[in-house]
Design a protein around this ligand. Sequence first.
Ligand code: SF4
Length: 219
Amino acid sequence: MSPLPILDLAPALEAHRRALAACRRCAATLPAGARPVVSHAVAPRVMIVGQAPGPSEATGGRPFVGRSGRTLFRWLAEAGLGEEEARAAILIAAVTRCYPGPSPSGRGDRVATPAERGACAPWLDRELALLRPALVIPIGRLAIDRLLGPLPLAAVVGRVHPVVAGGVETRAVPLPHPSGASGWLNAPAHRALLDDAITHLADEFARVGLIDGGRRAAA
Ligand code: SF4
């Protein structure tokens, strides 16, 4: 199937956003008043797939606006793409789109249940089918599991992977979660893998026409 013509994509994407914003499938298990957080990218050819919004995103109504977002957009800037450019050119999706609430342990956010992830999966599949993205950036364990399978982070970060996602052949450059909550990035070898991933992102951004080649900023 060939990509939708660009003139047809904008209304299809807007209709998708409206339908997603109205979704309440998980109302029984989410905090009261939880609402989907949607991306407002214009004609995106690249997708980010995060895990789930946090409280900052739920309040701000935009993906990756909290501390994790500052780190993520610093990484993207190192690959040559500024935050506002990235928000316009990249559709930021997630495994689940509503803030799942705090963890019962009191540390961090609750991990979305398999039922919530299953209920939310068709939204991501629809976006992949609509956009047929030239590049997907899965961020964090749940998103990497969804797109690449349950492989160790050290085996997938720092490489470009051919993937079939939502029936679409594309390429994936996985990133660890920028919250740093896991401590994975504390190991120098893992930092080196992140740097390799940022170099691949710069190459991929140039390949898909988001930046001129060689625009990577100094880290
Ligand atoms: S998590 Fe996904 S499926 Fe569940 S209510 Fe939110 S948008 Fe709908």
